[in-house]
Design a binder for this molecule. Structure first.
Ligand SMILES: Cc1cc2nc3c(=O)[nH]c(=O)nc-3n(C[C@H](O)[C@H](O)[C@H](O)COP(=O)(O)OP(=O)(O)OC[C@H]3O[C@@H](n4cnc5c(N)ncnc54)[C@H](O)[C@@H]3O)c2cc1C
Length: 419
């Protein structure tokens, strides 16, 4: 190993070991053997990455693999109102890869329409993240709410997602979306962002922030590598993956003011043995505590859940409530014969939780995020078009193992612990 490489490794190692006062007693599983290095003069102290624990990325630590279909709708989510006999149906489905992120804003729009006749009762079809947030906002608007669904949130497709703040992920086909969709999208995104504010810092961390590192061996533009100037860095969402061949609409520029700009880490403070590294901060959702909190909020406010399967839209007219918010997710393709719905398959591997890992990273089209119930590992080798028009919900274990091996090889590039 040459001198430059040695120096680089020792810098990376020391950054991993931690540089702050709280580095005195390293927690278990944290790389902490190298002497603490002083940062180069001139590097602002607040820009130095904090202690980073390595991910124990080995295929045998994959304790779960989940597959799910994003409910992508070509023109964007369906939000219109349909009168069926004496029942007003407010549609709220088709949020693609953005349903967790946009849920509150989309629910707010649906509830305003459903409450326009001041009903005392509201029915909601569906108990995924879209149905549940619609039900809670309808309660807050003063209605008595019953949710009708085949499955409650913990068994829905929603919890097989990733759950990061990705509000413009697979949300429309740019060429097909209505001209004013950007404005509608922005309203949904801003309302949701504001609402999430009140879930930050609660017990169990239902909604949290962490740093995300974008790693690349090549400069941006070569093999889909990361950006090299701050002006060309992708917007501050974690979907900063190759989008060259993507036909999806892009709206994130409209809300650039909501999050801190991504930054480039210079060699002096780059903790990884990879040349080009960016860092951004992102919000994410821990499904178990967040889902449990929403369900208990719904029931505490007097909500009722009825397990029921619908086979025809006309069955909605049999419900007692005459204002119904319709949130069936991808199932709208069959139930409402909505041919605008296109499946976008996604698979997530889950490594055994490591609470000491408090960051996410993207490297060679593999993305990770450490959550309370595990470390997600996602393979995205074709960018966000991966899984387009694929409705298979069959697990491909090899795909997740390959993704874990990319991480395994990355951590093997760090110097070994000399102790
Ligand atoms: C791999 C993957 C990663 C993702 N990552 C993110 C992310 O990072 N951030 C983000 O914001 N979004 C993400 N998403 C998107 C997000 O998960 C979806 O947009 C969202 O979960 C859709 O929620 P929903 O409530 O509309 O649908 P669902 O969760 O599918 O809920 C539908 C509900 O309707 C009920 N239902 C359906 N049909 C019937 C019927 N016939 N009779 C009775 N009940 C019925 C179901 O039982 C269920 O209760 C991801 C999706 C996938 C697949």
């Amino acid at each position: 190993m040459d001198r430059r490489r040695l120096l680089k490794n020792s810098l990376a190692f020391s950054s991993l070991a931690g540089l702050g006062a709280c580095a005195a007693t390293p927690p278990p599983n944290v790389v902490a053997a190298a002497p603490v290095q002083k940062p180069e003069p001139g590097v602002p102290i607040e820009d130095i990455p904090p202690r980073l624990a390595p991910i124990r990325a080995h295929p045998d630590r994959l304790y779960d693999i989940t597959v799910c279909i994003r409910p992508f709708r070509r023109p964007g989510p369906r939000l219109d109102v349909e009168q069926m006999g004496d029942t007003m149906v407010v549609h709220n489905y088709g949020h693609g890869g953005s349903g967790w992120s946009l849920s509150w804003g989309s629910a707010n729009m649906a509830v305003q329409k459903a409450m326009s006749t001041s009903p005392k009762e509201i029915g909601v079809l569906g108990c995924g993240i879209i149905g549940l947030t619609s039900a809670i906002l309808a309660q807050k608007a003063g209605a008595k709410v019953t949710i009708y669904a085949r499955e409650m949130l913990p068994r829905t497709r929603s919890v097989r997602a990733n759950g990061s703040w990705t509000p413009d992920s697979r949300i429309s086909l740019g060429a097909v979306a209505p001209a004013n969709f950007g404005e509608t999208w922005e309203q949904m995104a801003r309302y949701s962002w504001k609402t999430y504010r009140s879930y930050i810092g609660l017990a169990g961390n239902p909604v949290a922030f962490c740093d995300h590192y974008g790693l690349s061996d090549t400069p941006r533009g070569q093999n889909g590598g990361q950006a090299q100037t701050t002006s060309t860095l992708p917007p501050p969402s974690w979907s900063g993956l190759p989008t060259q061949n993507s036909d999806f609409g892009r709206y994130n520029d409209r809300i650039r003011d909501l999050a801190a700009r991504p930054e480039i880490l210079t060699d002096a403070i780059n903790p990884f043995p990879v040349k080009y590294v960016t860092r951004s901060s992102g919000m994410f959702f821990n499904f178990n505590p967040y889902g449990q909190l929403l369900l208990s909020n719904f029931f505490q406010a007097g909500g009722t859940f009825v397990a029921r399967e619908f086979h025809e839209p006309a069955e909605l007219t049999q419900l007692k409530a005459k204002e119904v918010i319709n949130c069936p997710g991808y199932a709208a393709r069959d139930l409402w014969r909505d041919n605008e719905m296109i499946p976008v398959r996604g698979q997530t591997g889950w490594l055994i939780p490591q609470p000491e890992v408090n960051y996410g990273l993207t490297y060679r089209s593999v993305q990770t995020l450490s959550k309370t119930d595990g470390i997600m590992v996602i393979a995205l080798e074709n960018g966000d078009m991966k899984g387009y028009n694929d409705s298979s919900e069959v697990i491909n274990r090899n795909e997740s193992e390959q993704a874990v091996r990319v991480l395994e090889a990355l951590y093997a590039r760090f110097p070994t612990n000399p102790l």
